[in-house]
Write a protein that binds this ligand. Structure first.
Ligand code: TNX
Length: 538
């Protein structure tokens, strides 16, 4: 321990000496900096505390990134930051390079055990004229911190201040940590299949706004989307269709691992969902012995649900589920497995309870913590299971009575597939219309569940009406950005009037990344040098 502290201090000290030596040697006059206001920059989600010191750090070709050597993962976070700076402003910033003779200013990503940083995702940013110090206890905290830093890098350089291009970053101090530890989005890849590339793009955008979980709805009546080696017909037959009669698709295990790896690199947990005992038509068509609704299962491309069920009283059904949960759990480093459990309208109540109890044991046996839609609170599950509130406040309260944690994602507030208004072509409106302000103006922590029972929030995107990434983006953006703030920012720092200005300022980021967002008329979208037209297909 003493040795680590010693080595760390030695490294930091030598770094500072090198920087000072460089400055002395070159005797460069300081570049005059513009007057800035860190607290007026449009950051989303809004940090806990921002103090402006009204000067700036000049990001330029003489800037370098260094990271704590002894702490794992910090170097990768530094490289990620450099890559994103390159994508944004086409500037190469070296990471942990020894030769420092051309370095004037440093961004130092530092592992710190300070008490203020005692939650895993907390970070502090100290921005001065010559250095930016990002302190975090864990590499996860450092990763959240660099998202803030990315948002502080201006889109265009200020060429009037110096001979070379500089991008002034407003100076001051930011202290930050999340309101909820679970900040999720969900994507339904069962009703329509989305490629690995599409999912990666969504992950990348979500991680910019500090989401830390992506729940993948991998099976439903219309399609089975994940390869299970011990039951190959699931994808061969069950993966061959989707809503509307298109040809479906599925992730091979290699594809799934690649999604998990990509998410991990962005400190996001993938939560796999296999929906059961209802929503199981595609599995039952593949292996008819699973079926419990008394009919002969056929491939299904419609949108109505609630007609399918597994046969909950057969041992072979549980042997099947054991294989599925095992194969998926082995590829999933995150702690959760989502077993669905919603809308099992043709499963008898006793059978449903019996089924959920048995599946919980299987999930636990494979080392995972079970999540299920709010109906699972009716079973005799233990307090370790998590209920995801989508429809029934009564069920959510039953979960609280069992001392379970709840994911707050009520359809009428947080469903990304609800239409913006009656003119929106994509999406549904069974839970109401959700314009951009309605999506933001509610308080998950005052919605009926005690704060200590709330694991966090989630924004599900069901895909009955969307079949490509442009359509996905049209429903998700901009509302999902607001959900990031509901999950990360403390309620006292959330305010629609203030948020809507910050949201308008996201346009250049969204356009640079070719995001087909809905240009809500409630928002004054910032003009940018990028032009990208929003499209909504019939
Ligand atoms: C309800 S939310 C469902 C889904 C649909 C969605 C459409 C939930 C647990 N079940 O099967 O896709 O509505 O909005």
């Amino acid at each position: 321990m003493i040795k680590t502290i010693f080595i760390r201090s030695l490294f930091f000290l030598s770094l500072v000496m090198v920087i000072l030596a460089c400055q002395n040697e070159q005797k460069k006059p300081r570049i005059p900096m513009p007057v800035t206001d860190l607290s007026a920059v449009s950051l989303i989600p809004k940090p806990v505390k921002t103090i402006a010191t009204n000067s700036a750090f000049a990001l330029d070709q003489f800037t370098a990134i260094y990271t704590s050597k002894s702490a794992t993962g910090f170097d990768k976070v530094g490289e990620f930051l450099a890559q994103k700076i390159k994508e944004k402003i086409n500037l190469d910033v070296p990471v942990n390079q020894e030769s420092t003779n051309t370095v004037d200013r440093v961004i130092y990503i530092n592992q710190s055990d300070s008490l203020e940083l005692n939650t895993p995702e907390a970070y502090q940013l100290y921005i001065n004229q010559d250095s930016i110090i990002l302190n975090a206890n864990t590499s996860e905290g450092a990763f959240r911190g660099i998202q803030t830093l990315r948002q502080l890098v201006p889109d265009v350089s200020n060429d009037t201040l110096a001979e070379q291009k500089i991008w002034p970053i407003p100076s001051g101090k930011i202290t930050d940590n999340p309101n909820f530890g679970y900040r999720g989005a969900m994507l339904d890849v069962a009703r329509h299949f989305f490629s690995v590339e599409d999912v990666k793009k969504y992950i990348d955008l979500l991680s910019y706004y500090k989401f830390n979980s992506l729940h993948l709805h991998l099976s439903d009546d219309q399609g089975w989307r994940i390869e299970i080696k011990s039951w190959p017909k699931l994808t061969e037959i069950g993966g061959s269709t989707e809503v509307g009669g298109e040809s479906g698709g599925f992730y091979t295990q290699e594809d799934y691992k690649e999604i998990v790896r990509y998410a991990q690199e962005r400190y996001m947990t993938i939560i796999p969902e296999i929906d059961m005992p209802g929503h199981t038509n595609s599995a039952s068509v593949s292996y008819p012995f699973l079926n419990g609704n008394g009919k002969t299962p056929k491939l299904y491309e419609g949108m109505q649900v609630g007609f399918s069920t597994f046969d909950t009283r057969k041992d072979t059904v549980y042997a099947f589920i054991d294989d599925v949960v095992r194969e998926i759990s082995e590829m999933t480093p995150g702690p959760y497995f989502h077993m669905g459990g919603d809308e099992s309208h043709v499963t008898k109540k006793n059978d449903y309870i019996y089924f959920v109890n048995k599946v919980e044991k299987i999930v636990q046996k494979h080392g995972k913590r079970m999540i299920g839609w709010d109906e699972i609170a009716n079973a005799d599950i233990d307090s370790n299971a998590i209920a995801q509130w989508w429809a029934s406040e009564e069920n959510a309260k039953k979960a609280v009575a069992k001392n379970m944690k709840v994911i707050v994602s009520p359809a009428k507030k947080s469903y990304l597939d609800m239409q913006y208004d009656s003119l929106t072509k994509l999406g549904l409106h069974w839970a109401g219309y959700i314009p951009v302000d309605t999506a933001y103006q509610w308080t998950p922590e005052d919605y009926g569940i005690p704060k200590e029972n709330i694991l966090g929030t989630e924004a599900p995107l069901w895909s009955e009406t969307i079949s490509n990434i442009e359509e996905l983006e049209y429903l998700a953006f901009p509302r999902v950005i607001g959900y990031s703030e509901l999950a990360w920012t403390k309620p006292e720092n959330r305010n629609w009037e203030d948020y809507k200005v910050r949201l308008g300022d996201q346009a250049p980021f969204l356009e640079r990344n070719n995001v087909n967002y809905y240009h809500s008329p409630l928002i004054d979208w910032k003009k940018s040098k990028y032009t990208y037209e929003t499209i909504e297909k019939d």
